[in-house]
Design a protein around this ligand. Structure first.
Ligand code: G3I
Length: 315
């Protein structure tokens, strides 16, 4: 079952959010279906509350996401719009949403998940690509930049942490966009790990090649899921293995100079998308339901204390 949003009702959630993080990301509140539920209705209240909370706690805010195939409102997906109308709709949405937070959000996921696992653009699933063609990607970045010239604009996806067909498709796209003078500033990987599989050992090398293009990099949605024992309580061994996924990901980011943003996707197991979407798995975040911290939390904290950002010899 989807869970209630703890942001308003749970004091402990707010306390941990306020004190343990320097950057926050609205998990759903800036997605089209939430922020733009009807064609002529924008609903900024919940995202505004997050931004106000972040300001009060001297935190930065990442924006997610402007151009995606998922979590779009019905009026958009089932609407009967011409290409010109759709282009105007996207432009208006980007101007309105990015403009509303002008100067407040330091990074925006302009596009989210535009490539499939083989590194092909999602020409069917993504309404913008399907109806307007790949050239609309550059326009989305241009419009976002016009609406907030200070925000760093990202290409964001999952399965692009290491070097593979999909991340290489991004690398080629990024080079092309930069060559065309498009205001692209960053490439980010979500990092939703599953302990049934190992993790790539070349995250740093992958991020470094984007860094070499002059782009920032970021980890945007880190969590580490695994199959829970019948008791539902993770074993110590599982928690220690989980910690390694977290710290290896953090280390890769620390080693790349332009990796300036590192985000976990939820910080308490009660409020994680993982068990909702992957039955039998869970415990993917850095804290138990009662906010007790897991090894991943302590190990990342120790790593951050010792960190020398950008120590990679390649730069
Ligand atoms: O807001 C409705 C609520 O009104 C309704 O009563 C309730 C019951 O159905 O559902 C609520 O919406 C849910 C929403 O989360 C907010 O809780 C949706 O059903 C549920 O599908 C949605 O899941 C989100 C998921 O994206 C959808 O794709 C997760 O919270 C969110 O963590 C997840 O985030 C994505 C990133 O955006 C992109 N990368 C992958 C990541 C994990 O899937």
């Amino acid at each position: 079952m989807p869970y209630e949003n703890p942001f308003y009702a749970e004091p402990e959630y707010r306390k941990v959010l306020a004190t343990q993080f320097s950057s926050v990301t609205p998990e759903n509140q800036l997605k089209w279906e939430f922020v733009h539920p009807e064609q002529d209705v924008y609903n900024f209240q919940e995202a505004d509350d997050i931004v106000a909370f972040a300001k009060a706690n001297k935190q930065e805010v990442r924006g997610h996401a402007l151009f995606w195939h998922s979590q779009n409102p019905e009026w958009l997906e089932n609407g009967d719009f011409t290409a010109d109308e759709l282009r105007a709709i996207l432009k208006e949405h980007i101007y309105t949403v990015v403009g509303h937070y002008k100067g407040d959000l330091y990074q925006w996921d302009v596009t989210n998940e535009i490539f499939d696992g083989q590194g092909r653009l999602r020409m069917q699933e993504n309404i913008w690509l399907r109806e307007l063609g790949p050239g609309i990607i550059a326009d989305a970045f241009r419009w976002a930049h016009e609406a907030d010239p200070s925000a760093k604009l990202f290409l964001n996806d999952y399965g692009v942490e290491g070097i593979n067909a999909k991340s290489t498709a991004y690398y080629e796209l990024a080079k092309q966009l930069l060559a065309d003078g498009v205001p692209l500033h960053g490439f980010s990987a979500q990092a939703h790990w599953d302990m049934r599989w190992g993790m790539p050992q070349d995250i740093e090398a992958n991020f470094q090649r984007f860094d070499d293009l002059g782009l920032e990099t970021a980890i945007t949605e880190l969590d580490v899921r695994f199959t829970l024992p019948p008791s539902g309580i993770p074993t110590q061994d599982q928690l220690e293995r989980q910690s390694k996924y977290y710290t290896d990901t953090l280390q890769a980011c620390l080693n790349v100079l332009g990796c300036k943003s590192f985000t976990v996707w939820g910080f308490n197991d009660t409020y994680s998308w993982v068990p909702v979407f992957f039955e039998g798995t869970g415990a993917a975040t850095i804290m138990f339901e009662d906010y007790t911290a897991k090894p991943a939390y302590y190990d990342m904290l120790a790593m951050l204390k010792d960190a020398t950002p950008g120590k990679s010899p390649r730069r």
